[in-house]
Write a new protein. Structure first.
Length: 160
């Protein structure tokens, strides 16, 4: 059996467990749904038979029933926002000492990293500084011992 056939093969199921699951679904889902739907149909039939209301009343009732889920969702979202607000209020009281500790630790870490960076750069800076000093010294010496175009010595200022 190659890998493609293995993926397509149905997994074995326990028939007793499957039957028990179907029975539970029937009793716990389909029966209450059917009873609620039947009760709603009977209620509508009794009210319509009794001559209660006109189409406008039924339209208003339908609109209210359609708006109920949105209202429930709104109440749930409002509760979530209130809970988030309370949580943020508690965190603003709870967090400052811990954030101060974290800030102090980061400051110490920054200082240590700056010291380590300075120590690691010292050899390079010293080498370049010595090279620059040597070049500057050579330029000064070159200017001291250089002759002018007219034959004068730069060092003593005499004319030959």
């Amino acid at each position: 059996m190659d890998e493609g056939e293995f993926r397509k093969a149905p997994l074995p199921v326990n028939p007793a467990t499957q039957q028990s699951f179907r029975r539970q679904v029937r009793w716990q889902v389909y029966l209450p749904l059917a009873l609620g739907l039947l009760a709603l149909i009977v209620l509508v039939a009794v009210l319509a038979r009794g001559g209660v209301g006109d189409p406008s009343l039924w339209a208003d009732l339908t609109l209210v029933l359609m708006a109920l889920p949105a209202c429930l969702l709104g109440v749930i979202l409002l509760a979530a926002l209130v809970a988030a607000g309370v949580g943020v209020a508690r965190l603003t009281v709870l967090l400052p000492p811990y954030s101060f500790r974290a800030q102090r630790a980061m400051s110490q870490l920054r200082g240590g990293m700056l010291r380590a960076a300075d120590v690691s750069v010292i050899p390079i800076v010293a080498t370049r500084s010595a090279g620059a000093s040597a070049r500057a010294g050579m330029q000064v010496l070159g200017r001291l011992f250089r002759r002018k175009a007219g034959g004068e010595d730069v060092a003593d200022g005499r004319t030959d």
